[in-house]
Ligand binder design. Structure first.
Ligand code: TYD
Ligand code: MG
Length: 454
């Protein structure tokens, strides 16, 4: 038998507990448990038996003919690239990002582009009035586009309005402002967000309409509301960048219809977002004089190389205070590892030195192929000997101090040569590439000797 019970749902992670606690036992956030009424059916009830009595399902083989999803190409090439070639009809997308990063602008521009090419686009804003959205569209030069616009926060109103209508794209800005009148609680609570999203995703599947949900991001970078939101949608896109910088990266974190290794790059300008089709030199500032503590690493975003500058600063401490280590754009655990290898295998000492590492331009690196460039910047900072400004550095460092080969070295080197770099410091396995001279390193000690000029 179902009986009404009270349960407590964490507003940060969506986990459920039966009694109130100050701290969520799952995600350790404080004061996030909120009471909800729930129908709870005990799984121990005597009648709970699912073995038999159901409908038989047809099982098919993997080689069963299946049509690839037909995609709607938005015409914003950087967006299409990030989502794997275009919008899949009937799919649900979640577009997350910090406030003010440009989510509304991006979706308005994509909606307008699609509408101008004859697609049926509906844009529902729960955050701004229709007037505000219209003014922005006019400012962006999109005032003539036949996007149908509404300011609404009730999912029931939205779905009633769209009864008998099947838009190619429905934009909901944002899912945290939507509410369902069947659920108690203010908009933005986990149960409201979940229920609203569920209805909208169902609408997408039933009508074959693509639905784009805008989602806010919390302090720690996860999309506010329950993680279940990420499970409910087909594609999770993250719109990233530093607000003080111009560049924005659209990245797929999850994609049921394609890969997650391509990114879209945009620049936020006064006339809205413009596409950056060739981002390889974006994060690079070239100056004449080489500066100690910097190195250049040819990163890869999907199939596209992006050259980034790595900056290190070391400060010697006089007293015995514990020195700080801070990394921006690079994993601090990996920084500690590289420092340890430099100490243990190369005889350098960072024990009384503060170490700061920064990836320039607000870029985030997670590719271990950048290890050697990080090490080069650190050694250069410590010794105050610059890395030649015409060199790029790549290689993964093993705990033994050996330099391991990296993926797609020829692609990275070709792009570096194209941007005017003349030498590359690489693992010994890397083969010659036209237009760039290679210096091979078998282990980290050899690189340290090179930087120190030994
Ligand atoms: P917005 O799309 O409203 O961000 P979000 O929906 O992610 O919160 O964009 C907000 C910022 O973008 C705003 O602070 C100003 C900037 N911006 C421009 O620089 N140029 C423009 O043309 C537009 C529309 C916004
Ligand atoms: Mg917005």
């Amino acid at each position: 038998m179902a009986k009404a019970k009270t349960r407590y749902v964490c507003q940060a992670c969506g986990s459920v507990t039966m009694r109130w606690q100050g701290q969520c036992p799952d995600c350790a956030e404080w004061n996030t448990l909120v009471q909800e009424a729930a129908e709870v059916t005990s799984i121990f009830a005597a009648k709970h038996n699912l073995q038999g009595g159901g409908r038989r399902i047809e099982l098919v083989g993997l080689d069963h003919p299946a049509a690839l999803p037909e995609r709607i190409v938005s015409g914003v090439a950087e967006f299409d690239r990030a989502i794997g070639g275009g919008i899949v009809p009937g799919s649900a997308m979640l577009v997350g990002g910090d406030p003010g990063i440009g989510k509304s602008t991006l979706l308005l521009q994509i909606g307008a582009k699609l509408a101008s090419s004859g697609r049926n686009v509906v844009y529902v804003s729960g955050e701004e009035s229709a007037e505000q959205v219209r003014l922005r569209a006019i400012r962006l030069g999109l005032g003539k586009s036949p996007v149908r616009l509404a300011a609404a926060t009730s999912v029931r109103d939205v779905l009633t309005t769209l009864d008998g209508d099947s838009p190619d794209l429905l934009v909901i800005d944002s899912i945290q402002t939507m509410h369902s009148d069947l659920i108690e609680g203010a908009p933005g609570t986990v149960s409201q967000v979940r229920a609203s999203a569920q209805e909208l995703v169902r609408f997408a599947k039933e009508r074959g309409a693509a639905v784009a949900l805008v989602g806010h991001v919390t302090k720690d970078g996860s999309i506010a509301g329950p993680r279940v939101l990420e499970h409910m949608v087909d594609t999770v896109l993250s719109f990233e960048g530093e607000r003080s910088h111009q560049y924005r990266i659209l990245r797929a974190l999850k994609n049921r219809f394609g890969g997650t290794d391509e990114i879209g790059v945009f620049a936020m300008e006064t006339e809205g977002l413009s596409e950056v089709p060739n981002p390889s030199a974006l994060f690079l500032t070239r100056r004449g004089e080489p500066v100690s503590g910097t190195s250049v690493f040819p990163a890869l975003e999907g199939s596209r190389p992006v050259l980034v500058e790595i900056q290190a600063l070391t400060v010697r401490l006089a007293s015995g205070a514990t020195p700080r280590r801070a990394a921006v754009g690079w994993d601090s655990g990996r920084l500690a590892m590289i420092l340890a290898v430099l100490e243990a295998r190369c005889g350098l000492s960072f024990g009384t030195t503060e170490v700061y590492l920064n990836v320039a331009g607000g870029y985030r690196l997670s590719d271990p192929a950048a290890d050697l460039a990080v090490a080069a910047a650190l050694v250069s900072a410590l010794s105050e000997k610059p890395i030649p400004s015409e060199a790029v550095v790549l290689g993964e460092i093993a705990l033994s101090g050996e330099i391991r080969p990296v993926a797609h070295a020829p692609l990275r080197l070709k792009e570096s040569a194209k941007l005017g770099f003349e030498q590359a410091w690489v693992p010994k396995e890397v083969k010659a590439v036209d237009g760039i001279a290679l210096a091979h390193f078998g282990n980290l000690r050899a690189l340290v000797d090179q930087v120190l000029g030994r």
